[in-house]
Design a protein around this ligand. Structure first.
Ligand code: MG
Length: 387
């Protein structure tokens, strides 16, 4: 048994009549890749997911296998049935391990986010069954068989259910067996649990997690993705000050510079590198170096700040960002740092794992004014762009 892990079934076996029917809608191009690939990637990004099965139509199986290639988690292919329920069960039986939990996602919902998947998983661990859902935007009517309004339920009672939906495996299989025995077909997996007397929790979904059913939906999905591309550029600023004192080395951008004084601090007090690290953390909204490397921690006493910067960059990368460029300005009255600028750029670039061309280091004085002008300390200010 695999405690607390989910076997994921992605259902992509529907016919595509409303999309014109030629190419299966899940294989239509979206944002430069097949539509189906988006949700597979989102699922692969969640450590809650132990294994993936992709359920497709027989005529799509070759193309679906190509879409599933090269993902960080193995994806098993299964063939769909005539009804949605059959397709889901076909997917479940293709899981090679008895995961404690099952997660079912509609392959036609490409804009699902790893965050939403994780929220559904967390709620399922707590409640046994949970499905993504959003508040109904439109007023909905119950109608009679002749198409006239029978009743208007209060909108605050109405939720539009999406996928992912996730269930404790035993609960789902029990409910599915009952459904097969009763001969009733269901269009939604929650309904199985409801029909078996189980309680289904709803997790707050996302309106962007739309189901691509018509060509208009495909355009809407494309528009969401384009906004997302713009939205993933992130800017950050960092600012730091250290006091100058006698009896310390002066280290700036990892370069030891001959001078009568050095900067005071718990680490090597490299004010330039600290500003860069804070800019990167700021852009990724990951806090600041004071929080990450507290000056009360003896591990960081006298430490090379380039090492701290490398750790920061690992965190930034783990959060899914790459560094586009860094620009940092040192504010110091003395000494002249121009001969060391190139070496500082190279040191910072190596610590960040990027090309030197992406790192700019400048220096200025404050014309004898203020604490930097009087030689009491140095300051540095940095900006960076993440993508
Ligand atoms: Mg500092």
């Amino acid at each position: 048994m695999n405690l607390e892990k989910f076997g994921a079934v992605v259902v992509a076996a529907g016919n595509s009549t409303r999309m014109g029917g030629k190419v299966s809608k899940v294989l239509a191009p979206l944002g430069g890749k097949p539509l189906l690939r988006w949700s597979l990637e989102a699922l692969c990004a969640c450590e809650e997911i132990g294994q993936l099965v992709l359920v497709c139509r027989e005529e799509d199986s070759e193309a679906a296998a190509a879409v599933a290639r090269g993902l960080p988690k193995p994806v098993t292919l299964a063939l769909g049935g005539r009804e949605r329920q059959e397709s889901v069960l076909s997917g479940i039986s293709a899981l090679t391990e008895d995961w404690d939990y099952l997660l079912i996602h509609d392959g036609a919902r490409p804009l699902v986010t790893p965050e939403l998947i994780r929220r559904v998983c967390a709620d399922t661990l707590r409640y046994g069954a949970s499905a993504a859902a959003v508040k109904a935007k439109d007023t909905c009517k119950l109608i009679d068989s002749s198409g006239f309004v029978k009743e208007t339920p209060p909108r605050e009672w109405l939720m539009s259910v999406q996928t992912p939906q996730a269930f404790k495996r035993d609960l789902y299989l029990y409910a599915a067996r009952r459904a097969v025995d009763s001969g009733l077909g269901y269009t939604d997996d929650c309904q199985l649990i409801e029909a078996a007397g189980g309680r289904v929790h709803l997790t707050e979904g996302e309106y962007r997690n739309l189901k691509v059913t018509t060509p208009e939906d495909l355009l809407a999905a494309e528009a969401y993705l384009q906004r997302k591309v713009v939205g993933t550029m992130r800017v950050g600023t960092g600012y730091d000050v250290h006091r100058l004192t006698e009896g310390r080395k002066l280290i700036l951008g990892g370069v030891e510079i001959p001078y009568e004084k050095g900067l005071l601090g718990h680490s090597d007090a490299d004010v330039l590198t600290h500003a860069v690290a804070d800019a990167l953390l700021g852009a990724a909204a990951l806090g600041d170096i004071g929080k990450l490397f507290p000056d009360t921690d003896p591990r960081y006493a006298g430490i090379d700040s380039l090492k701290l910067l490398s750790t920061v960059c690992e965190g930034v990368r783990a959060a899914g960002f790459s560094i586009s460029n860094i620009d940092v300005t040192l504010v110091a009255q003395q000494p002249k740092v121009a001969p060391y600028i190139q070496q500082m750029r190279e040191n910072l670039a190596v610590a960040c794992g990027i090309d030197t061309e992406r790192v700019s280091v400048k220096a200025t004085t404050e014309e004898g004014l203020g604490f930097t002008g009087e030689g009491l300390g140095m300051a540095a200010s940095a900006v960076c762009l993440l993508e």
